[in-house]
Design a protein around this ligand. Sequence first.
Ligand SMILES: Cc1cc2nc3c(=O)[nH]c(=O)nc-3n(C[C@H](O)[C@H](O)[C@H](O)COP(=O)(O)OP(=O)(O)OC[C@H]3O[C@@H](n4cnc5c(N)ncnc54)[C@H](O)[C@@H]3O)c2cc1C
Length: 416
Amino acid sequence: MRYSAWQVIKQGLNGHSGWQAAFRDPEPKTDYDVIIVGGGGHGLATAWYLASVHGITKTAVLEKGWLGSGNIGRNTTIIRSNYLLPDNEPFYELSLQLWEGLEQDINYNAMVSQRGILNLAHSDAQVDAYARRGNAMHLAGAGGQLLDTAGVRKRVPFLNFDDARFPIKGGLWQERAGTVRHDAVAWGYARAADSRGVDVIQNCEVTGIRREGGRVVGVDTSRGQINAPKIAICVAGNSSRVMSMVDQRLPIESHVLQAFVSEGLKPTIPGVVTYGAGHFYISQSDKGGLVYGGDIDGYNSYAQRGNLPTVEDVAEGGLSLMPMIGRAKMLRSWGGIMDMSMDGSPFIDKTDIPGLYFNGGWCYGGFKATPGSGYCYAHLIATDTPHTVATGYRLNRFRTGHPVDERGAGAQPNLH
Ligand SMILES: Cc1cc2nc3c(=O)[nH]c(=O)nc-3n(C[C@H](O)[C@H](O)[C@H](O)COP(=O)(O)OP(=O)(O)OC[C@H]3O[C@@H](n4cnc5c(N)ncnc54)[C@H](O)[C@@H]3O)c2cc1C
């Protein structure tokens, strides 16, 4: 069924009785060409681009829970391509361009909203660093504009300009950045992949990876054995757990990150705003809730919930930046498991085991990467060569001395 304005009117007149299920609920088959482990945003996007770009449709996406149960349905929905390093900026710019055409590509309303992002600077050195980053963005065609204090005040007058401990010196503005309805991304990619014949199988946990003669040949799951010559791992916060099934250790640690939503308010915050003197980012959802977050909880965990010290820390960051939100009530909070890599950058690579591919280490910036990651991972799986914008995301980069350390924080995952 093709979604359109005409369908909305027609189904509305029929009491909405004619909508079909968005995707099938298939039983697993015994054999596929490709098995994707993990039905998060990246796994589902990979299945779609394998089908739509490379014509590979005999694919199964195996998800241990329900679609949207992982980080794809837990993030603060921010998309952007305002990176500095040549290994990152072209990749994230490709991803942003894919976001811009996504809804037409998959015929699904994911509420892609390019409302802009403003990274605030609180010292002269930070302004210089943003000027450098803005130049790198322009070289990659990503746009970007450096604002002075007056320019920031014009866009977001409700910030604390007058008695702030860290005065606002300016900001880096990317107009094409914004937010996307996160779980709609999972449903949209699932529906599109399903329409090309991909089996999206929920409640199917991978419990083992089978090998014969050194090659992977299939997986053991909670719903039986499934075979394929190519297996693509894409399980975000569970990366280390799943790769331990083939005795592979990863340069990844799992940490908790929390997100928060306030009660619904009248439109206040026009785009995404990030605090440069602490760690705090905020936007306003179309329903009116302020959606915000900050640092990871900072300890290793596989629990999808966080602790109160971080709630307090995030609230402090928000209040010092925009004291007016102190009067809003927080309605909900939740946590997700972050696959924090040693340099803060991801991996899209083949492993040393023939037929086994790995995608992970997205830290807490992987939502914006969803289309780019799926596109490049599909390219790798189909052609066995990395996509040109993802050549830096190799698993052996620490061994060869080529880390991609955007933040310059060194090999300490909880700092990225
Ligand atoms: C609170 C929070 C805020 C965030 N904010 C942002 C943001 O604003 N912008 C941004 O760019 N990024 C953000 N992120 C990060 C982003 O959400 C993640 O990097 C990204 O979603 C990870 O990729 P994914 O969607 O494939 O992961 P997931 O949705 O977690 O998908 C992985 C899937 O693998 C499944 N799985 C695990 N083990 C197995 C197994 N053995 N068998 C089968 N399936 C398995 C899991 O159930 C899960 O559904 C945020 C994350 C969180 C938690």
